[in-house]
Design a protein around this ligand. Structure first.
Ligand SMILES: Cc1ncc(COP(=O)(O)O)c(C=O)c1O
Length: 504
């Protein structure tokens, strides 16, 4: 895979520094002194906790569940061990600054959008973004300039946006305050990020990257380029997804002068809890250490296992796997080999039915399923045994359903990309009424509605509902997929703007 920016392994000095985990070490040292605590958390190393929970979690972990007392620094104004840990993270990821998030990548995404785009200002975004991007746009009162992603009619998924569509958007909206890109998509598809960044910078527009699925890209030359490597200004990175840290711990990375690091830090502080979890912080510190010092070795093995799995799936009747043929799409420049998207339509079942089969017959849990596919993530936690078990179970799945015959390719449904009638924030605060979903075509949506995962809204506030949207939602509901968002969880009714089109 060609990389425009060369992946740089750390030199020996850096490698030695990266062996340290100052936050984790500071925490261990504090706990080892057994101070008599008269501060929160009130469970005080688990002593005041429910017995069953304490026994399960373990006293050693609970002794580290501490709070920002003076010796342990403060995420909101870091000057000690948290600052040192963030500096090491910045170095490991090739950024100028790194900020820790204990509220996942959603908060890091909101901080980078709010820090760059204010009320009434434009931000260029692909339409297939995670709901946190759209929530931030509502909070900011920003005007999204949506670019429609390339749709994959074979797998029934959306990829990235093409270079020419970004160019057109920048030409029409050179006053945009930011461009947001996804690297890679949930299914592992990356655009030629470096050229997109150069293009946006030529217009003086900073680039924000949703890198929720890209924490590992920083640590292996055979993976798609990372946001920092490609020259992006800010990236929100889910360490907890593919970087080996605990759920909810993420990073916000910054480089260069286009976006102020101080402003990003201010927004991270405004959005994050004052009761920061030190277990999450320490897990970020140590996950960074593991990736910086052993990432290449761990990921080489992960990539080899993923290739073996893909080769095996190709031989299983009725299954097909997303592979490098996807690179024929304009927006697809590289595919993360560790994301295994398997289409099961050849067995005449939905992805959700395959997910259920694997759960019930093989005790296997998948990352996500949709109408046609199942997604498996292969990480450094996998080994030959887990891959063999997955191959055997997929072989059984194929044998169980092969007699069904395949869906015709024309059966592939894709969500219609709706048009925006008004700003998402105006729609969110407008007068609304509740009407049956089935009769809502032509009305303006006042809520989010999405399948989670992946959490990409099918409709968001301000968009004009089409019959295609309704059919797509109903098809997902019929398959038992987790459609969520509206206040009416049954989805029988949704909230729409009272005023009818054309709006004044
Ligand atoms: C593309 C994308 N962006 C952002 C997020 C949000 O990340 P987090 O769950 O860490 O808040 C997700 C989560 O699934 C995602 O898939």
């Amino acid at each position: 895979m060609e990389r425009m920016h060369q992946y740089k392994p750390h030199d020996r000095d850096t490698q030695a520094k990266q062996m340290r985990a100052p936050l984790f070490e500071g925490l261990l040292e504090h706990a080892a002194h057994h101070p008599l605590a008269f501060h929160i958390p009130g469970h005080k190393s688990g002593r005041g906790m429910d017995d069953a929970f304490r026994e399960m979690i373990g006293e050693r972990a609970l002794a580290l569940d501490l709070i920002n007392i003076a010796p342990l620094d403060d995420l909101h104004a870091p000057h000690g061990m948290i600052r040192e840990a963030e500096r090491l993270a910045a170095e490991a990821f090739g950024a100028d600054h790194a900020f820790f998030s204990v509220q996942g990548t959603s908060t890091a995404i909101m901080a980078m959008i709010l820090a760059t785009t204010g009320p009434g200002e434009k931000i260029i975004v692909p339409r297939n973004v995670h709901k946190s991007v759209l929530s931030a746009i509502v909070f900011a009162g920003a005007l999204p300039i949506f670019i429609y992603p390339e749709m994959d009619r074979t797998f029934g998924i959306s990829h990235g946006i093409s270079y020419t569509s970004l160019e057109r958007a920048l030409m029409l909206h050179p006053d945009a305050r930011a461009v947001l890109l996804i690297n890679p998509t949930y299914f592992g598809v990356s655009c030629h990020l470096h050229t997109y960044v150069e293009l946006s910078h030529a217009y003086g527009v900073p680039v924000l990257v949703d890198e929720a699925h890209g924490a590992h890209l920083y640590f292996h030359p055979d993976l798609p380029s990372s946001a920092m490597e490609a020259g992006a200004d800010v990236a929100a990175v889910s360490m907890h997804k593919l970087g080996g840290s605990m759920t909810q711990s993420s990073l916000l990375l910054q480089q260069g002068k286009r976006v102020s690091a101080q402003r990003l830090q201010a927004f991270m502080s405004m959005l994050q809890t004052t009761s920061t979890s030190y277990l999450l912080l320490a897990s970020l510190d140590t996950a960074r250490r593991q990736m910086a010092t052993r990432g290449k070795e761990l990921l080489s093995r992960t990539i080899a296992l993923s290739q073996r799995l893909k080769n095996a799936i190709r031989t299983i009747p009725g299954l097909s796997v997303l592979d490098d043929s996807v690179l024929a799409y304009d927006s697809a420049y590289a595919l993360d080999p560790t994301k295994i998207t398997v289409q099961v339509a050849g067995l005449g079942i939905s992805g959700y039915e395959a997910e259920q089969y694997l759960r019930e017959h093989a005790r296997i849990e998948v990352e996500l399923s949709d109408l046609y596919n199942v997604l498996f993530l292969i990480t450094p936690a996998d080994d030959e045994t887990s891959i063999d078990r997955l191959i055997d179970s997929l072989t059984d799945l194929s044998a169980a359903f092969q007699k069904n015959g395949a869906y015709a390719p024309t059966d592939i449904l894709l969500p219609d990309m709706p048009a925006l009638a008004m700003s998402p924030r105006d729609a969110f605060y407008a007068d609304v009424e509740r009407i049956p979903l089935s009769g809502s075509a032509g009305r303006v949506m006042a809520e989010f509605i999405m399948v989670y995962p992946p959490g990409i809204p099918i409709l968001m506030p301000g968009e004009i509902i089409t019959q295609d949207n309704i059919d797509y939602i109903e098809a997902n509901v019929a398959q038992g997929l987790p459609v969520q968002g509206p206040e009416d969880a049954t989805l029988a009714t949704i909230k729409v703007i009272k005023e009818r089109l054309p709006l004044r």
